[in-house]
Design a binder for this molecule. Structure first.
Ligand SMILES: Cc1cc2nc3c(=O)[nH]c(=O)nc-3n(C[C@H](O)[C@H](O)[C@H](O)COP(=O)(O)O)c2cc1C
Length: 203
């Protein structure tokens, strides 16, 4: 599990510490994850809300040391491969672009991405709760992953998530070490307010 003690002072006392302590490291130590541990993490995602309770998310997993691992790793861009190869698990997050309507027809699932994001976040928070660190990635070859995962045409692959036990930053190449620290966020007033967009100009 990551910690970010400095973030408490940048937030409100009411913010759940688990949310503030989660950040995305790249230094992972050699720590195999058991099938049961992975199941405990995935189970949390199952309870995410979704439009019409359609549950469009799918999580395709490979644990390091299993036959699928090298393929899953190979779809990441080289930069992400350089550190994610030490993680314990790689998970590709997919969702179905269509869903069955009450009348039994396939109709566009307009919120499948929103729903998959919610489920992916529960998964990551559950992992943090169980002492694991997670790092989401959009840096991967979408077509190669889609093909390699044998994903049906009506599925999109959104992101990969590396999960592992956090290690010391000095195990990373020198260039990555300064980035191995919790980041800050934009002020709340620039992200959320009462009322419309009127008077709020994006930079
Ligand atoms: C959808 C998504 C895609 C991301 N893609 C990458 C990536 O390809 N490589 C990487 O090193 N980090 C990636 N990140 C990590 C973000 O840079 C990181 O979450 C963000 O800077 C906030 O930092 P924190 O998670 O440490 O709080 C991604 C995060 C998300 C949510």
């Amino acid at each position: 599990m990551t910690t970010a003690p400095g973030r408490a002072a940048l937030s409100l006392p009411s913010t759940v510490p688990l949310f503030l302590n989660r950040w995305s490291p790249r230094a992972f130590i050699d720590a195999p994850m058991s099938h049961d541990e992975l199941t405990a993490i995935l189970e949390a995602a199952r309870w995410a809300p979704s439009a019409y309770n359609s549950q469009p998310w799918r999580f395709l997993c490979a644990r390091r040391g299993t036959p699928e691992w090298e393929n899953f790793l190979s779809w990441l861009v080289p930069f992400n491969q350089s550190w994610a190869g030490k993680a314990s698990v790689l998970i590709y997050v997919a969702s179905r672009t269509v869903m069955l309507s009450p009348s039994g027809n396939l109709v566009p699932a307009t919120t499948h991405e929103f729903d998959a994001g919610a489920a992916a976040m529960l998964l990551q928070l559950q992992a943090a709760h169980l002492g694991w660190a997670t790092h989401a990635m959009s840096g991967f070859d979408v077509d190669a992953a889609h093909k390699g995962l044998a994903a049906p045409e009506d599925f999109r692959i959104h992101a990969a998530i590396a999960i592992g036990k956090q290690g010391p930053s000095d195990m990373l190449p020198e260039g990555l070490r300064p980035r191995e620290t919790p980041s800050d966020r934009a002020p709340l007033a620039t992200l959320a307010w009462e009322g419309t967009f009127e008077g709020h100009n994006e930079p």
